[in-house]
Design a protein around this ligand. Structure first.
Ligand SMILES: *Cc1c(COP(=O)(O)O)cnc(C)c1O
Length: 566
């Protein structure tokens, strides 16, 4: 690996610098920093611990990149420009836990002496003039100037002024490259990324995993390289390392990583001894895996209707469904928000039942200050790529603070093996592989920042809808991780069609309640689930993710309001 680090520069142990990156005189790079390939860090540059810098980024002399700043590929930071990370600093008041994240997207230019106030996102190829003070999000390709910065025009990828008005619809070409730019509803995009005429602006991802990869590329590659070098592809050291981290994160004493979220649920049910004929109370409004694992074990899913506001199982309706054959309650923390776990645990306690939380969508969420997956006997989660904490394949984890159950689940995960070739129980092939654990470890470093972004996006949607659109509600005392931002609309088919026409992807979680699925019909007749049926007809999830920019968000919100006729 060829980097050129000047002898007067200090690069702390642990810092990752990509190939061809140069560090000039008197620079200081902290140990947690991740810097990509082909970057240049000028004289007297400081790079903090919680900083991620992409490839080919130029940081000119005297710039301090403080914690919570992310700079994507090809961005330019002019000499003596300033990042901040605390919004309202006071010397006598500690605010280290109040850093606001700043994101500089691909190709953006931050002029000499400009200031980027923390908590803002600078859009792709945006251009901030020298001396400007940016205190709000900057759209892609926007040219910003002044104090506070205002948009005065548009700039091409190449760095030439574009002949476009600030608002409305128009088209032009870059005077240098001839690339075509389209302005639609005030959003500027390169023509090949833009929608056909008559529709508004460029393509959008429902969940943008590419931007996350861009932002985390150096640490993901480093972690994967370590696994490839040591070669312990199954049950390697990263498996234990991840389990220790995740257990600590949730507050549960034990974490057992497994092959998927589905496997996590299956192993949890096996560990508590679910047998054919046992009844397990669960929600009809979830991904199919929740009920599938119950049926796979020959047990009977007993469906309890959901609450209309949160779409989670209605805890008040559980008790009347308990019979002598009931063994467990399996609530789902849908869309990233835990169900009413105190009430569920109380019912379970009265009747001697296990509670297994399906937290596949809610890792990182809190319920009355406690973390999802540590709220009941067992908590299960998934690292499917599009979940809030995802890997690049299948993966999952089980959490418990019961040492006996933890041991049982560790054994079931490896074919019920308690020692080499000693199989004390029937198990499954349910391990999570080392490479996937390494990827989750890399992503965990930015996870809390990502959750803050998800919550910021959700709050912004709420603000833009301003009560005019019915949304899935948040239970007081809960902090969702917004695996989905879900709304309820009466004319869903029309709203979906209009959004698709505007190149906005949407999804429905879930269009059919589980007991109404053909394979589950025999469990259906007894299920009285009017609320779930109603929600299945009206819910719709909008694009959401930590790397979503404000312009896209506003575009989605405007389209929803228009389509819903508000
Ligand atoms: C994703 C999901 C699962 C299954 O997780 P996999 O890792 O895909 O097997 C289970 N339950 C719910 C609620 C889910 O969203």
């Amino acid at each position: 690996m060829q980097q050129a680090i000047h002898p007067s520069a200090i690069v702390d142990e642990g810092a990752i610098l990509g190939e061809g990156t140069r560090v000039w005189h008197f620079a200081h790079v902290c140990g947690g920093a991740r810097v990509g390939r082909g970057c240049s860090l000028g004289q007297n540059v400081f790079v903090g611990n919680e900083v991620v810098i992409g490839n080919n980024v130029r940081i000119q002399n005297n710039v301090s990149v403080y914690d919570a700043v992310t700079i994507q590929d090809d961005a330019f930071c002019g000499p003596s420009m300033v990042f901040t990370n605390v919004y309202n600093p006071r010397s006598a008041i500690p605010r280290k836990d109040q850093y606001r994240p700043t994101l500089v997207r691909r190709g953006a230019t931050l002029g000499a002496n400009s200031t980027i106030v923390c908590g803002t996102t600078v859009g792709q190829y945006a251009f901030v003039a020298a001396g400007a003070v940016v205190n709000r999000d900057v759209p892609d390709f926007a040219l910003m100037a002044g104090v506070p910065a205002r948009q005065i025009g548009w700039m091409s990828r190449f760095g030439e002024r574009l002949d476009l008005p600030l608002r409305g619809d128009a088209e032009t070409t870059c005077p240098h490259t001839g690339e075509r730019y389209v302005l639609k509803n005030g959003v500027c995009a390169l023509a090949e990324q833009a929608a056909p005429a008559g529709q508004s602006a460029g393509k959008m991802e429902f969940i943008d995993l590419k931007s996350q990869y861009q932002a985390l590329r150096p640490q993901i590659h480093a972690r994967m390289q370590t696994v490839l070098d040591h070669g312990n592809y199954i049950m390697g050291p990263e498996v234990q390392e991840l389990e220790a981290h995740l257990a600590e994160y949730t507050g549960a004493s034990d974490c057992v990583t497994v092959a998927s979220g589905t496997e996590a649920l299956l192993i949890a049910l096996m560990a508590i001894g679910i047998e054919p004929g046992d009844e397990v109370i669960t929600t009809p409004f979830s991904f199919i895996a929740t009920a599938e694992v119950i049926v796979l074990l020959g047990a009977i899913p007993v469906f309890v209707d959901i609450e209309p506001d949160t779409c989670n199982i209605n805890a008040a309706l559980i008790e009347e469904k308990i019979t002598p054959r009931t063994r467990a309650i399996l609530p789902v923390s849908l869309y990233g928000q835990p169900a009413d776990m105190d009430q569920i645990n109380a019912v379970a306690k009265r009747h001697g039942l296990f509670v297994i939380e399906d937290g596949a969508q809610s890792f990182g969420a809190t319920y009355k200050g406690r973390k999802s997956c540590s709220l009941s006997t067992i908590g299960c989660t998934s690292f499917f790529p599009s979940k809030p904490l995802g890997c690049y394949g299948d993966g999952g984890a089980i959490f418990t603070s019961d040492a006996t159950l933890a041991q049982a689940m560790r054994e079931i995960r490896i074919h019920g093996q308690s020692g080499r070739y000693v199989h004390t129980r029937v198990g499954v092939g349910g391990r999570m592989d080392t490479l996937q654990c390494a990827i989750v470890l890399a992503k965990l470093e930015r996870f809390d920042w990502e959750l803050a972004q998800r919550r910021r996006i959700a709050a912004r949607y709420d603000e833009l809808f301003d009560g005019r659109i019915d949304v899935v509600r948040q239970r007081p005392g809960c902090a969702s991780v917004f695996a989905q931002y879900t709304i309820k609309v009466a004319n869903r088919a029309e709203v979906q069609a209009e959004l698709r026409e505007r190149n906005i992807p949407v999804a429905v979680h879930y269009p059919v309640p589980i007991p109404m699925q053909p394979a589950y019909a025999k469990h259906g007749p007894s299920a009285h689930i009017p609320v779930a049926e109603e929600m299945a007809r009206s819910v719709m999830s909008l694009p959401m993710g930590p790397y979503m920019d404000d312009a896209s968000l506003e575009r989605v919100a405007a389209a929803v309001l228009h389509a819903a006729g508000r």
